[in-house]
Design a protein around this ligand. Structure first.
Ligand SMILES: O=C(O)CCC(=O)C(=O)O
Length: 379
């Protein structure tokens, strides 16, 4: 350890009572505790975002230009080419950026603003929504899994279940919060349904001609219409020593697709060709990624990809992820159309209860849950 590191370690604020960490990073920040990163957030050297050991090996210096899918092309005469680009993006990256969608810049600005206002509320007002109950319609919290993480993430979050029945539970003290977020939830659900239909077509679940509907496609699209949607708003405060910690640890998302809105501040990194690469924000575009459920449903053709969030010293960051899947009560299974002699069924059936039981029983790590559903080791 260098003399500078020893000095830094000596002045580290370690007399913070554990309970303070559970109030969130923003609260610590507001209470002036953050001249250095407290030990609670310091990752082992091998897991840090940049270390002198791993820079040449697994951290790419340049940002990654993800494939871009033009939403209008999915709906018009260019659909066949757009489907091909979509299939390539899903197979090669598990991520793409969606542009030219029908959500207005004003609606996007309003949702980022209103989420920012929530995080700006006095701690006591935010704290009303603090719970470790993963089924709560509204959940304010910190880190990734607050009850299980040994090292905390530099992130606070607000999770909202998005069924219309849940909206009356959402924060009410912020003027038009409910209206703005409910409108945004409906709009992202529409995007999800259009993209999901295109993905089914790209997988051969639905034939190229709209007239040739298949029963499987009709059933699953009906389930998606009634499906689960969870909104996760993330707030990453500025960090005095961003090389020691992460805003979010490497993870994959549990659902079929996640539609992520990020503000103009970089932070999202995805694993691509065994390197961590930064996703360059495009104003008002959605970063869309494959979740574990779609990896299962597609029998591993489209894979969920590990991603993480780095923080910085200069600017706080806000992102809003909209996670979509089947209804919480439905079983997720491999599509029978994607099983044959060459491609035997690779994943066990699963459901939301199994996922909750799994993540409640251990520290969530990387793609552990998905790996626990594999029937045999597959690439
Ligand atoms: O903030 C981001 O860019 C990513 C958020 C994320 O991965 C998540 O909410 O699961």
């Amino acid at each position: 350890m260098s003399p500078a590191m020893v000095m830094n370690d000596q002045r580290r604020e370690d007399d913070i009572p554990e309970i303070q960490y559970h109030k969130g990073v923003k609260h610590l920040f507001e209470n002036g505790h953050l001249q250095t990163v407290p030990r609670k957030y310091i990752l082992p050297a091998s897991d840090r975002p940049t270390t002198s050991i791993d820079v040449p090996n697994n951290v790419a210096k340049q940002n990654l230009q993800l494939p871009i899918i033009d939403f209008a092309d999915l709906l018009g005469p260019n659909r066949p080419q757009a489907l091909q680009s979509l299939a390539n993006a899903c197979e090669q990256y598990g991520f793409f950026q969606l542009v030219n969608h029908c959500i207005s810049d004003d609606d996007i600005k309003s949702v980022i603003d209103v989420i920012g206002k929530f995080f700006d509320l006095p701690f006591e007002d935010r704290a009303k929504y603090m719970t470790t109950d993963m089924r709560a319609p509204v959940r304010y919290g910190t880190s990734f899994s607050q009850t299980k993480d040994t090292v905390f993430c530099w992130r606070d979050f607000l999770k909202l279940m998005c069924d219309a029945d849940y909206v009356p539970h959402w924060p009410s003290s912020l003027g038009d919060f409910r209206k703005v977020v409910a409108t945004y939830a409906e709009e992202t659900k529409h995007l999800f349904l259009v993209i999901m239909e295109a993905i089914l077509e790209s997988l051969g679940i639905m034939e190229a001609s709209k007239e040739q509907k298949t029963e499987e496609k009709d059933n699953i699209m009906r389930d998606f219409s009634n499906g689960s949607q969870m909104m996760v708003a993330n707030f990453y405060p500025t960090c005095p020593e961003p090389d020691l910690t992460l805003g979010m640890h490497p993870h994959s998302d549990y659902g079929f697709l996640t539609l992520l809105l990020q503000d103009e501040v970089e932070g999202l990194q995805i694993q691509y060709q065994e390197k961590w690469v930064t996703v360059q924000p495009i104003p008002n575009a959605f970063v869309v990624n494959i979740g574990d459920h779609l990896e299962i449903y597609s029998n591993g053709k489209y894979k969920s990809v590990l991603h993480r969030v780095v923080v910085n010293e200069v600017k706080s960051r806000v992102s809003v992820a909209s996670l979509h899947s089947l209804p919480f009560t439905c079983t997720v299974r491999v599509s029978p159309k994607l099983i044959d002699e060459e491609n035997p069924k690779r994943y066990m059936d699963t459901d939301f209860e199994t996922f909750l039981a799994y993540v409640s029983s251990r520290e969530p790590k990387k793609k552990d849950f998905l790996n626990s559903r594999k029937l045999f080791t597959c690439t």
